[in-house]
Design a protein around this ligand. Sequence first.
Ligand code: SF4
Length: 366
Amino acid sequence: MFLLKPLKPLKPLEPYVPETLSAYDLSLEDWQAWLKENGEQSFRAGQVFDWLYVKRVGSFEEMSNLSKALRDKLTSRFKFVSLKEIARQESKDGTVKFLFELSDNNAIETVIMKHDYGNSVCVTTQVGCRIGCTFCASTLGGLKRNLSSGEIVAQVVQAQRLLDATGERVSSIVIMGIGEPFENYEAMLKFLKLMNHEKGLNIGQRHITVSTSGIVPNIYKFADENMQINLAISIHAPNDELRSKLMPVNRRYPFAELVEACKYYLRTTGRRITFEYALMGGVNDAAEHAQELASVLKDMLPLAHVNLIPVNFVLERDFKRTERDDIFAFQRILEKQNIPATIRREHGSDIAAACGQLRAQHMESQ
Ligand code: SF4
């Protein structure tokens, strides 16, 4: 059997530290320390946090219970806005997709999705992506850089500001936008803690999902964080050979190592893993693939769940969608083997719905 040559593990990326920090780059403890260093009382940190995350003001100037001198100091030391909205697409189903420009002119996407149970926001963690999944538009221009934690936080705050107009709130977060969050691990972790902070947006850990393509060392690390965050693994193939063709990351962290890491996560956390499986017509959607996937996951029951995703059409990529009946047939095979499987509801199919498509269009127009 022909197998693609394994590659060395990826060299970890540097975190991105902006020249001027934004207000959203600081945790409550960071604010306490900064205020203390600047001769202010640390309880002011709670007030700043409240203005940022509860009142969601648009400038330091509006923080009226802080002295004028402190407001001026904050304005000169920190950036307030780190994202500029440059495009917005709204779907008939309520999905809103933003294209934001960062302070270095790079562009990223953020999406609000409407569900029966509330609004979820899908955030981006990197400018581009170096993982190279063959079905993904986000990786087309390669990776430019990691985002700072503040740039990830600001996406949720911007989404919440839009929802404020109708009295709604962000009820859940999925870290499934552009980029591989486990390649920007520390910023992602800081973001998770900020989102979950009771004095901030207070979004429950169980309402946050992080999705990885399979950066194995960080799956172990994440398992040991002792958090209640949901984990999703983009598996997309049931074996080494096919996965290496679809996802070059599999040549760095082979299938068997990924499965071992998942089992460690399950043993350590007792929490379920959702396996994302994008169905691509004639590629990974045959009955044998479903059988093989079931036999890989059966050892992980009852904590394994499969989310079947009808693949989005990407002009630059040559995959066709799996027919509706074949999607159901794939689901039935998994269920027969007691593997719970759901089919992901599509959001924003009338706009550039696939992750990275709007950004790719924007880059082309530059
Ligand atoms: S699917 Fe995710 S990990 Fe893979 S290339 Fe796209 S953004 Fe990167």
